[in-house]
Each structure stands twice: as structure tokens, then as C-alpha cells.
Write a protein that binds this ligand. Sequence first.
Ligand code: NIG
Ligand code: FE
Length: 421
Amino acid sequence: MKVDLVIKNIKSLYTLKGPNRPRIKDEMKEVGLIENGIVAIKNDKIVYVGEGELPEDFETTKDTKVIDAKGKTVIPGLVDSHTHLVHGGSRENELSMKLKGAKYLEILEAGGGIHSTVKATRNASFSELYEQAKKSLNIMLSFGVTTVEAKSGYGLDDFDTEVKQMEVARKLNEDHPVDVVSTFMGAHAIPPEFKDKPRRFIDMIINEMIPEVASRGLAKFCDVFCEKGVFSIEESKEILEAGIKYGLLPKMHADEIEPIGGAELAAEIGCISADHLVAASDKGIEMMAEKGVIANLLPGTSFYLQSGKHARARQMIEKGVAVSLSTDYNPGSCPTENMQLVMSFASLIYKMTPEEVLTASTINGAASLKLEEEIGSIEKGKKADLVVLDSPNFEYIIYHFGINHTLYVVKNGKIAYQAFS
Ligand code: NIG
Ligand code: FE
């Protein structure tokens, strides 16, 4: 077989070989390390993964590209499975309020926070949103991210803006090397006009927006900000069940700030993932383990919110909940695209081992997007999404935190990013 791309001389090749499902407990430590590894790619797929040289039945020609990893590290493309990629403006103006002690929900309640991004997103044209999100997507790619989830939720009752966000995500998915998976999150905040009649807004989401999003194929998932003062447990349940009825898979912003039973609801409904979970209860964690709901944890957000509270990742892993990790990139609670920093935070704050962090950012992230059959590990038949890192091993990435270690990103079998040497 003629091959198109070979990556050779890989000192530490982390394959994440294993079952195509979320990995739990000690499975999260099994990263399928091959020392002196080699990978061969044909078209957009991985055709060989092994040690040393390519076997004879794989042929290289003058057209075959060869990346000499020169004794460095290779991992699967990172999956950032929770972001608010497409939005207008920025919110650095909130920093001084935060430093004086203003809380996230207080800023939101006062009409700032999400509401100020709603204004900026409504006022931005399609091409302005596209250019802003593309810039972020380029940064994400440079950090080794090859698949990203993107939520709507900055149009709210202005459905045209919700649609505009999802159409930007769709266009970026077509134009940009990074794959963009879309989530409808109309239930991100109660618009000020509906403060006294939230039921009217919820009915709009259920009866008008969800059917339209589904019939136009604008999103794969439906998400809700289930939080004290935002959408209650009952309201979230109704919205997510309406989504399910129309084929939108459920996800939740659950127990991010107050423990209101979000994790329990995620288990009851069968959410693909419940995200944040900083305040999740013991019972909620146990129910999630039982129902196989993935805990999508966002340590950058709890760091930036400065509440001093963090998701109990160790307890979740011990109880058998599959953990994935994401940036939550958004202009309010986590303004960073840097997945490598998030991986360091997960280890240093949550006490996850480097192996657990790698699993959570690759195959478990893929499972959070229901893409575990196609991406998330370096195995024959999977999409050729890989990252060459300038380090002797993965542990080094966690340790040397805050910088970009990427040398090459291969996406769909093509070099999509290369660092200046
Ligand atoms: O995941 N919590 C709600 N949504 C986002 C923040 C969005 C924003 O502040 O603009 C989050 O933290
Ligand atoms: Fe979020």
C-alpha cells in the first residue's frame, strides 16, 4: 500500500489504543504508549501504527511526506468539547468588577455578563462573527486541537442571531481544517424582556426554536444553563426533553455554581455529558456513573471565576464517571483557547495524573461529542488527527505549563499547522 504521510522517530507515541467508548477508572491511565513509534497515513486515515520502521507492505514514494519527529512526542488531536466559540466582542471591562469581588451571577443579574455579549453578538454581522471565531479556531489549532464544539446562546430570544451563530459554526466546519460540532443553547440566559414572564421564553425555545434548529440541521446537541436564577431543574428537563424529541442530543451546564441537582437531572435524562459540576452532589456523581454520563470538566473556568471551588475530579474518577476536559472558551468565565493550559490546570488543581488528563482530552472528549468511533485515538482506521509536541514525553507538557508545545498538527492526514523552527 502506498502511503501519503509518515511520522517517524517518535520517542513517545501515545496511541490511546482501546475500546471506542469513554474510558473509566484505571482505564483512564492506559494511554497505549509506544516507544520509538511510527505512524503511516493514507488520505485522511491512519493505516499503520507500530514501532521502529514501516513494514514492507507499506510503500513510500517521492510524493510521500515524512515528518521526522526527532525523538519527540505524538498524541491524538485534542478535542475541545465545550466552547462558546462564536460570539461578538469581549468583556475585559468585567475584570475590575471581578477583582473588587463582584460574583459572576451578580454581574449577570445586573444585566451584564452574558447579556453584554448578547448585545455584541446581535450587532455583529455574519462575517464579523466568522472572522473573530476563525481567529480563535486558528489559535486552538496551534495548541493541538483538531475538533471543537461550539454553542449558540448569545441571541436568546433573537432567533436570527442564534441561527447566525450556528451558521458561522457550520461555515467554519466547512472552511477550516478543525472540525466544528454545533450545539443549540438558546437556553443560556433569560432575556431581560422576559424577566417577568420566563415561561413565554421557554415556550418559544420548545415550540419554535428547537423544531426549526432540528429541521434545518443546525445542531447535533442541545444545551441548557441549569443554574440558580437561570433555568431551573424542571425547566431544563422540559427543554432538553423537547430537544431529544427532535433528535438533538442532551448536554447540560450543570451545578456550575450552586448545587441544585443538575448532575442528578443529567443522569435522569441520559445526557451525553454534564459540564462544569463544581457543586455536584455525591448522589449526583453516583447517578452519573451508573448512567454513563460523561463529566466534562472545565478547570480554566473555575480558575477564572476565582471562587476557590473546583470540580471533584478524583472522586468522580474513583466512582466510575468518565471525565473529559475542555476550555469552555467564552468571553466571560473563561477567555482562553489554550487547551494545553487547561490540561496543566486539570493535573495541578484536580490532581489528575498526566495519563488521565491525556485520556480526558482525547478519547473521552471524543465521546463527549459522540465521535469516539472516528477520533480520539491513534489506531488503524481512525481519522488521521495527530499532534507532534516538542517534548520527550507527555508529562513534560503538564509540567512546563502555560506555553505552546506544538510542533506540527496533522488534521485529516494533512499538515494543518507547523510551528516556526
Ligand atoms: O460555561 N455558564 C454559562 N455559560 C458560560 C459562560 C458564558 C458567558 O459568560 O458568556 C460558561 O461558563
Ligand atoms: Fe460553557
